[in-house]
Write a protein that binds this ligand. Structure first.
Ligand SMILES: NC(=O)c1ccc[n+]([C@@H]2O[C@H](COP(=O)([O-])OP(=O)(O)OC[C@H]3O[C@@H](n4cnc5c(N)ncnc54)[C@H](OP(=O)(O)O)[C@@H]3O)[C@@H](O)[C@H]2O)c1
Length: 344
């Protein structure tokens, strides 16, 4: 049995879902991959941290957070408050990064990933910031150290998007894509179709944890734009920042516009699109658009997402992810971790 020591930066929705998934998949990981994954360190923003070289008891860590207590009580030694110092003081094979995204700079997640790679760890993130703001640099750093920089969960959560292009689609050229990549706005537009105002729909989304306290990153299209930038950067090899995406959110969609679309048998969707001609990007946009029943986007409900890739070898390859959440995001990260071990 191979033991993999893991440190976790961030223990919020995704971090906790990952801990639950590890507990659930312990036997599968052992039986199918000969792996035993031991979390030796956890650090958070405001909920302390823990270091235990023998392995942190994840059930207790989850209970501690549930009770609103600091993880410090689980630590066998004082935990540095600075994340970089924490990573340098940890001895682990991989680091899991789930700190909140900064759409404009990618920090501090970029520094966390650099610290992990410098310490000789694989770096796995669900945070889109490092992918669009430091992709080439982080990949180069990883390659020089014989480690991997992995980011499957950054777009469409646990659905295999990036690994699809690494594995089953060799020598395929991605010419463009379109889809619905932001769950929150799709959910809100659905509620608006049922007669809610934007503000009422936002409150509803907040009640069930889909919409953040500050919903502007979703409503104004930043989350969708950073995903478009990530797909262009990684899959097309055209580096793009979210600020360079032609972006319009859903704020200006009025109840009247929704009704008119419904009368015409259509629906408003926040559509992400990119098209290229060689190394020239013809379009990278996030825009509300009316879609007709013939479009695959029409039937994407609630928090589900969809992307259709146009490849030189496959003119239309679509992937639907039904109602994702932190559990699916956690799965994408576990898949990344397994792939670091089997070289995929
Ligand atoms: N939720 C999803 O399903 C989903 C899907 C795809 C991608 N993502 C991405 O995954 C990441 C995590 O999402 P989440 O929903 O788990 O967020 P979250 O619930 O807000 O959790 C964030 C975690 O990071 C910690 N943190 C905050 N600032 C930090 C810092 N400077 N250094 C280290 N840790 C810090 C927080 O600690 P405190 O709570 O103590 O402050 C918390 O433990 C985000 O980048 C998000 O965009 C999430």
């Amino acid at each position: 049995m191979k033991q993999i020591a893991l440190v976790m930066v961030g223990f919020g929705n995704v971090g906790q879902a990952f801990a639950r998934l590890l507990l659930r998949k312990e036997q599968t990981l052992a039986d199918q991959f000969g792996l035993r994954i031991v979390v030796t360190g956890i650090i958070t923003g405001r909920h302390g941290g823990a270091i235990n070289s023998g392995g942190i008891n994840l059930t207790r860590a989850l209970e501690t957070i549930e009770l609103g207590q600091s993880l410090d009580i689980l630590s066998e030694q004082p935990v540095p408050t600075n994340v970089t110092d924490f990573i340098f003081s940890s001895s682990a094979d991989a680091m899991l990064e789930t700190s909140p995204v900064n759409h404009h700079t990618g920090q501090p997640a970029i520094d966390h990933i650099k610290a992990a790679l410098n310490k000789g760890m694989h770096a796995i993130t669900a945070n889109k910031g490092p992918v669009v703001h430091a992709f080439a640099e982080l990949n180069k750093m990883a390659a020089m150290r014989g480690k991997r920089f992995m980011y499957e969960s950054t777009v469409m959560d646990g659905a295999p998007i990036f690994s699809l292009f690494r594995g089953p689609l060799p020598a395929a050229d991605l010419l463009g894509f379109s889809g619905i990549l932001n769950s929150c706005t799709n959910f809100i537009l659905g509620l608006q179709e049922k007669g809610m105002t934007l503000d009422e729909a936002i409150i509803e989304g907040q009640k069930i944890g889909i919409t953040e306290t500050d919903p502007s990153a979703d409503i104004d299209g930043w989350d969708a734009a950073i995903k478009v930038a990530a797909l262009c950067t990684v899959l097309m090899g055209i580096p793009l920042k979210p600020q360079q995406v032609d972006r319009t959110g859903i704020r200006e969609i009025t109840p009247d516009m929704i009704k008119k679309a419904q009368k015409a048998g259509e629906r408003w969707k926040l559509v992400c699109t990119a098209r290229r001609d060689g190394q020239r990007l013809l379009e990278a946009s996030v825009k509300p658009a009316r879609v007709a029943p013939g479009s695959p986007l029409y039937s994407i409900e609630g928090t589900s997402s969809y992307v259709e890739f146009k490849l030189d070898v496959l003119p239309g390859l679509g992937i639907v992810e039904g109602n994702p959440g932190p559990d699916t995001t956690a799965y994408g990260m576990l898949a990344d971790l397994i792939n670091t071990q089997r070289g995929q």
